[in-house]
Design a protein around this ligand. Sequence first.
Ligand code: DLL
Length: 434
Amino acid sequence: MKYFQKELETMSADQKFVLQSERLVKTVKYVYENQKPYREKMDAIKLKPSDIKTINDISKLPFTTKADLRAAYPFGMMAAPRRDLVRLHASSATTGKLTVAGYTQKDIDVWAECAARSLVMAGADEESIVHVSYGYGLFTGGLGMHYAGEKLGAVVVPASAGNTQKQIQLLTDFGADIICCTPSYIIYLTEEIEKMGLKPGVDIKLKGGCFGAEAWSEEMRADIERRLGIRACDIYGLSEIAGPGVATDCEYKTGMHFQDDHYFPEIVDVDTFEPLGYKQSGELVITTLDKEGMPLLRYRTRDIASLNNDPCPCGRTTVKLNKITGRSDDMLIIRGVNVFPSQIESVLLGNKNIEPHYHINVDRVNNLDTMEIVVELSPGISIDNVEGVEAIRKKLGADMASALSVSAKITLVSPGTVARSEGKSKRITDFRKL
Ligand code: DLL
């Protein structure tokens, strides 16, 4: 079994407890002294840094929300002095203002180490050629995996997003064995590779990939692995905490190994915010344990997931993050029923007559919520085959109704007609909110 940092990745529970406790105590003191918003929040609940003695005290700390970051825009949450910051990243928020994150050199190094651990989980080593098709820029995907590849000692191809034909040329000519991009983009690339008649394993030498930045289903993973003959790892991260590599799954797929020597995860009830146990689903909350630029206490990610602490055959001893099932702000409420796009994707990918390209339109007609799922037929099926298409539509409609407990209109369209995305995909249009 290969690791990037074996001692840290396979630490015993006792060692982990000591390390996390030491780091949390230090972080709380540091934020109290250097981040005004935290000093105010802690003073308001009469919590002193000295009240935090071990990692078990974490639930005494106040939460941090996206609204807190927005209120402090752009630099009000920075703890390190300007001269120590070396990078800014930002992600766009639906409300307009960017969520900004600042990093010191140490933060960048720790992040690169965590993301290098991810690359190793996907099968990379220092001999690898790592093709990075995440966008480079304020988005953390490109630079995050770039620095990870260099930290590992691999050769990095900074392809960035877009220009699919050129990406395929680079993949064939340079022979990259590892690719990093969004799950929706690897599906698109695969489709183009198949159209060009290129053979995975022969013309395309990929062995593994780190796919993340958006929610995707196990069915989508199976599809990618089968079509490309690779190991498809799920990689999670967010710019507020670091970027890609906060958690990633290994070949055993027992959940994403959460790099909990640096970032501590909790799951809380979405309504009461009370901490939940392993395998219980709720909102993922993360505390940074040794960040300097912009440490965050109990940051409410809005991502819905659960944790598990089952042993993993790979020997890594981290807690594991089960697949993100959606974002609390992505959840659609259709006629009172909660629906996550990931549930829809699971049903779609279970049907071999259609392709994993879809768009969801939600509207309200005569005071009633409606949902339309526009999805592509497989290339072998003609839209003119009226009876065949109708049978597929009926079956999908019935499967959808039983999986979601709410009906949806299914619209089947010809292959290649649903818009493709090079970065994060936008799969929902909610006309009720426009
Ligand atoms: O998306 C960082 C990243 C880049 C992760 C490349 C993985 C790969 P943000 O743009 O700040 O950062 O968006 C963070 O994206 O809160 C989740 O809602 C979503 N997300 C990220 N990874 C996953 C994943 C990057 N593996 C937000 N599964 C997060 C599901 C994901 N959702």
